[in-house]
Design a protein around this ligand. Sequence first.
Ligand code: ATP
Ligand code: MG
Length: 257
Amino acid sequence: MIEIRDIYKGFEGKPVLKGINFIIPPGKTTVIMGRSGCGKSVLLKIILRLLIPDNGSIIFEGQDITNLKESKVNEIRKRIGMLFQGSALFDSLTVWENVAFPLIEHSKLPYNEIDSRVKKLLEFVELPEAMRKTPGELSGGMKKRVGLARALISNPDFIFYDEPTTGLDPTTAARIMQLIIRTTENFSATSIVVTHDIICAMAIGDSFAFIDDGKIVFSGNEKELLSAEVPELQKFLDDAVPQSVFKRFSASRKNEK
Ligand SMILES: Nc1ncnc2c1ncn2[C@@H]1O[C@H](COP(=O)(O)OP(=O)(O)OP(=O)(O)O)[C@@H](O)[C@H]1O
Ligand SMILES: [Mg+2]
């Protein structure tokens, strides 16, 4: 379990997160939603301790990691697989090298074991043929899949996804969602997905949180999400969901009332 306690973070005097309190339950997929620029990526980076909060703490399986030594934080990071918003692949390395990177850096596994794990994961993300390519030769969707393979290479207990479907066409996005669902089934990990893609959120989430003006203004399950009377969330849903899908949402909202 990860507990996010009263997190504040601002940049150059401009507050972004203004007291985030939230619990990430184990073994589930928690989706954190909110408008572009509301601080979703910042929050993920704070949980990973890549950014230090101005106030508040992150309790990781009972341990406060906010002021933990970097060496101890690295131990925790090894248990987390992260799919970064821009995939964050190394352009000069091949796909094989990118996926193998965390094991080459942080493990003493023999080459054969690393090679077999990389190949297995590239099969899993349906990209075995791209092994010798460099990121420059890949499409955005392919890069996300390589990023996912790299995130999974250390068999993480936690998987963080930052905007896994943003910028992809609907078919490629659906393929990534399918992969995330399969990942959840195969790896039984605790997942956090940060997105402003409501369709992605609904497809893969067990529970949902919505950030507005630096605070969590809603958290709950799918049923609660669809019936929530939180104006900022309702506006977000109204703006984000295509009309055809939205009709179903409103129908189900009306049924709630
Ligand atoms: N390292 C940084 N230095 C200064 N400002 C930053 C930094 N990182 C983030 N910010 C600012 O914090 C705010 C929140 O950024 P963040 O990337 O978390 O948004 P987001 O919710 O992930 O948006 P998107 O949906 O577009 O990815 C933005 O105004 C951004 O400019
Ligand atoms: Mg972001």
